[in-house]
Design a protein. Structure first.
Length: 153
């Protein structure tokens, strides 16, 4: 695993995507702010979760976690380029498969194997799940605010 990245993509129907493209600059700025805030919150939380496991922490993995922004700041990917990152997140062998929480999906092709292995120590997915509702609330508030403005015009 040369570059370990957990990629989360949101998809919508073509009409919704077209509407987002026509959004006013203030709405786009609000979305960018929400994406930025959530990406930084996920990064900070993931780093904290790694720091809470000092037995495995040399600082290399923790310091490598960074957000990458794309689609003009409307989307972000938080990940690391450290080769062993997925082994920490998902575990290895039988211990990994028995200690990975059920809400964390394995990447395509990831196999735990039959050896004893290392237990899972999820840090990135739990950070994402902890932030998910706050991000949804921020976007919902933005949409509601802009909807009220549009109705008052």
């Amino acid at each position: 695993m040369k570059n370990s990245v957990i990629k989360i993509e949101l998809f919508g129907d073509k009409k919704l995507i077209a509407k987002f493209k026509r959004l006013k600059l203030s709405v786009k700025a609000g979305i960018k702010d929400a994406v930025n805030d959530s990406a930084l919150n996920i990064m900070t939380d993931a780093k904290k979760r790694l720091r809470d496991w000092p037995a495995i922490d040399t600082g290399r993995l923790r310091s490598s976690i960074r957000p990458e922004f794309f689609n003009m700041g409307m989307a972000a990917e938080i990940g690391t380029n450290v080769a062993y990152a997925a082994f920490v997140e998902f575990g290895t062998g039988r211990k990994g498969s028995s200690t990975l929480p059920g809400n964390i999906p394995l990447p395509q092709g990831y196999k735990h194997g039959g050896i004893s292995g290392m237990r899972a120590r999820p840090y990135l997915f739990p950070a994402y799940f902890a932030e998910e509702k706050d991000f949804q609330k921020a976007i919902s508030k933005l949409v509601q605010r802009e909807s009220r403005k549009a109705k008052s015009r």
